[in-house]
Write a protein that binds this ligand. Structure first.
Ligand SMILES: *Cc1c(COP(=O)(O)O)cnc(C)c1O
Length: 488
């Protein structure tokens, strides 16, 4: 399988590359992204042959059908990362919460958010490739919460890769900050930045654009890669759990082979939803993918009207911070798949220069064949959390954005999978408030919710509060380069 570019080729970069090239150097011509030339078919024979499979067996078979240039030995080792999940034989358990509604819990990995599903195996593969080539890579991430901990966790003590993670001081939950600053490994650096998430992201952008910094990296023979979902190495692992969810419904006798289902995906950068789209395109019987957002509902507008307009918006901080995103990177891959490279380039350039892009009626109709969308504000999410807690199910604020989509967007009475992207333990003050108790302190909120709802706090969250702090650096924007060079 070769990979091609969403905005076409600039005549300087190669026009097709392998999977390993695409994950080591994820930026394509004209600022575009890499996408696979085609998607392998997922027919009923494939699904039937995996009814009794362990998650890792399904995953390996799927990855091999994709024909990526990674040795089986390395893929197996990468998939062994799922052995650290709560239940290695089923890393994504499915809970029934309504007659037709099932929650697929994507958060049973080491950092308790769905980022582990892809970052865990991806991290192994990327560092293995770096080692095989005798190269050194630097991965830099600006995080508002979940990406940082999951990126540090997957690369800790891996040769060939160094990771630097920037977070806004005071802009993450206590649990998220502790997950980062207590990480203890020589190849990891965590830096607090004075300012909000925007400032942090701008600091990173400026640093990556600095000629001086680039020269310093070159001098040290260090290459840059990326671990966010612009990297296709993450997306490929995000197709598999949608297949798994379908198989789980079959195993539980909730559907017959071939019966269509809805998926509800709480979205930000659209990586999770893109994985669902590829699964649908490959033949998984999905009626529609329902996208949920918080009040930063630019995706709702895009899918309902074809308009993507940044000029009328400012980012609003919500209780579901991982979805506080306005520039959703992976919709570019949907545009490419539906409208081709020339049109994708045009739409993305329009967005960059005017802050807006507009689909035609025909394009919009095509988008709506696969997607519908809705959003929920924080108050609505709090009532949803309260309502389901009464029925015995605790969900986090990101998952809670999905329930309005479930209630209103299903045109047919089909079984539905809602994706839960974070464990409640990462957002315990918001969950406590939804259950009627205002508690600001994370540890107090964790204790209270755990008692109130009779839930266990997993050891990796509980132990965070006793671990020594390893990263104490908090800097002004200006000192970031000095800090980085010290680290490198
Ligand atoms: C990253 C994240 C999302 C958004 O997922 P995308 O793939 O970027 O759309 C939603 N919820 C949580 C908890 C996340 O960490």
């Amino acid at each position: 399988m070769q990979f091609i570019e969403t905005r076409g080729n600039d005549g300087k970069k190669p026009s097709t590359i392998t999977f390993s090239e695409a994950i080591l150097n994820p930026s394509a011509s004209f600022g575009g992204l890499y996408v696979p030339e085609s998607i392998p078919e997922l027919n009923e024979t494939f699904l039937a042959s995996h009814l009794a499979s362990h998650y890792k067996v399904l995953a390996l078979d799927f990855l091999q059908k994709f024909g990526i240039d990674i040795e089986t030995k390395v893929l197996n080792k990468a998939l062994d990362r799922y052995d650290d999940f709560d239940d290695p034989s089923n890393p994504v358990p499915l809970s029934k919460i309504e007659e037709e509604c099932f929650v697929a819990e994507l958060y049973h990995g080491p950092t308790r958010a769905f980022k582990d599903m892809a970052l865990q195996p991806f991290g192994y593969i990327l560092s293995k490739l770096a080692q095989q080539r005798g190269e050194q890579y630097l991965i830099m991430a600006a995080t508002s919460g979940d990406t940082g901990p999951a990126t540090l966790e997957t690369f800790k003590n891996q040769d060939g890769v160094k990771v630097a993670c920037l977070y806004p001081e005071g802009g993450t939950s206590d649990v998220q900050r502790l997950q980062m600053v207590t990480e203890d490994a020589n190849n990891l650096k965590v830096i607090g930045v004075k300012g909000n998430f925007d400032d942090t992201q701008n600091t990173l952008k400026d640093l990556l654009a600095s000629e001086d910094f680039k020269a310093q990296l070159a001098q040290r023979d260090i290459k840059l890669s990326a671990a966010n979902s612009v990297n296709f190495g993450r997306i490929i692992f995000q197709i598999i759990y949608h297949i798994h969810a379908y198989l789980e419904l079959l195993r539980k006798d909730e559907i017959r082979m071939g019966e269509k289902i809805y998926l509800v995906v709480p979205s930000g950068n659209f990586g999770n939803a893109l994985g669902a789209y590829y699964a649908k395109k490959a033949g998984l019987p999905i009626e529609k993918i329902l996208i949920s957002s918080n009040v930063n509902n630019i995706l709702t507008d895009w899918i309902k009207t074809g308009t993507y307009d940044l000029t009328t918006r400012e980012l609003i901080q919500t209780q579901s911070p991982a979805m506080d995103i306005l520039k959703s990177s992976n919709i570019e891959r949907i545009m490419f798949d539906k409208f081709g490279a020339a049109r994708t380039k045009e739409l993305m350039e329009s967005l960059a220069t005017t802050g807006k892009s507009q689909l035609t009626d025909i394009e919009l109709a095509s988008l709506q064949e696969d997607f519908d969308a809705s959003f929920a504000d924080d108050d609505t999410c709090a009532s949803v959390i309260g309502e389901y807690a009464q029925k015995g199910y605790i969900m986090d604020p990101h998952t809670a954005t999905c329930m309005g989509a479930y209630a209103t967007l299903r045109a047919k009475p089909l079984k539905t999978v809602v994706y839960s992207t974070a464990e409640w333990t990462k957002f315990s003050p918001a969950v406590a408030a939804a259950l009627g108790k205002k508690i600001e302190d994370d540890i107090e909120a964790l204790k209270w919710v755990s008692k109130e709802a009779n839930l266990v706090v997993p050891s990796m969250i509980e132990s965070l509060f006793d671990k020594p702090i390893k990263h104490t650096v908090v800097v002004e924007k200006e000192s970031i380069q000095t800090q980085m060079l010290d680290f490198l």
